[in-house]
Ligand binder design. Structure first.
Ligand code: ZN
Length: 272
């Protein structure tokens, strides 16, 4: 695993008490490959341990936050994984890394522009607050395009509400930043040219609070959904998601190949 000291898929920026981690695979629409996920995990560990850092911003270079997992790499390296291999891989890198971000001891802010699709949606929504530019859009077409039961962490109903999550996932269509704001999934929508600075204003404001009190507050807020069973529901979905990977529906999507999935995905709002 690469260390966070010299990541090749991320940029790390420190502005006072705010650390901003940028996904930096712009040419790939910030598709999350294995290296990016491992480097992001290492960067999270480092940011959590850094005493000078009080708030974390998760951002992305280029026009799009993230098109999701890197399906090209997945097709090449993991399309014929056994049940055991896929379980181990996805439990560590997709589920585990996401939950680590959810449980990150300091406040986190997602800074989202352009496409925020599938695993990009999953990643951004593990953050405490979400700030988007006007051009941002969300989608999770995975069930339609890949024949898998959504993504690995079914955070959707917890951040959108059940009715909206069902519509979003069953239809597999795009949701605009403005609509995401109206349903309460996004904290703030700002003009496109101002996203970098507007997100930093939010983060710096949070960073003014005493850090231990903020840490306790975040833990209590997260526990308010834990007592409703969020963690168990997410774990249960992960298990069913794994089952969906060995269904004939998923196998035929896999055998049809990446290009077909992406093409289908384009009509549903982007790559999975
Ligand atoms: Zn999966």
């Amino acid at each position: 695993m690469e260390t966070s000291l010299n990541p090749t898929t991320l940029l790390i920026e420190q502005s006072g008490a705010v650390r901003r981690i940028w996904l930096n695979r712009e040419a790939m629409r910030n598709a999350q490959n294995q290296l990016l996920l491992d480097e992001l995990d290492a960067a999270l560990t480092a940011a959590g341990q850094d005493e000078a850092t009080k708030v974390l911003v998760l951002a992305a270079k280029g026009k799009h936050f993230s098109a999701g997992h890197d399906l090209k790499e997945a097709q090449e390296k993991r399309s014929h994984f056994s049940v055991e291999e896929r379980w181990a891989y996805e439990e560590q890198r997709y589920f585990g890394y996401c939950m680590k971000l959810w449980d990150f001891p300091k406040p986190t802010v997602a800074q989202v522009q352009g496409a925020c699709v599938a695993a990009g949606f999953m990643l951004a929504n593990m953050c405490d607050l979400v700030v988007t530019s006007e051009d941002a859009f969300f989608s999770d077409p995975v069930t339609h395009t890949l024949g898998a039961a959504s993504v690995e962490v079914l955070i959707h109903p917890w951040v959108m509400g059940l009715r909206q999550a069902k519509g979003f996932l069953f239809l597999g269509e795009r949701m605009s930043a403005q609509r995401a704001y109206e349903i309460g999934m996004v904290n703030k929508v700002v003009p496109s040219g101002t996203l970098d600075e507007e997100t930093m204003v939010v983060a710096q404001r949070i960073a003014m609070a005493p850090p231990f009190a903020m840490r306790a507050l975040k833990k209590s807020l997260n526990r308010s959904v834990d007592v409703q069973g969020m963690r168990q529901a997410l774990s249960a979905h992960f298990d069913l998601h794994q089952l969906s990977h060995v269904s004939s529906e998923f196998q035929s999507a896999r055998d049809a190949g990446l290009a077909s999935a992406i093409q289908k995905g384009a009509s549903h709002g982007g790559k999975a």
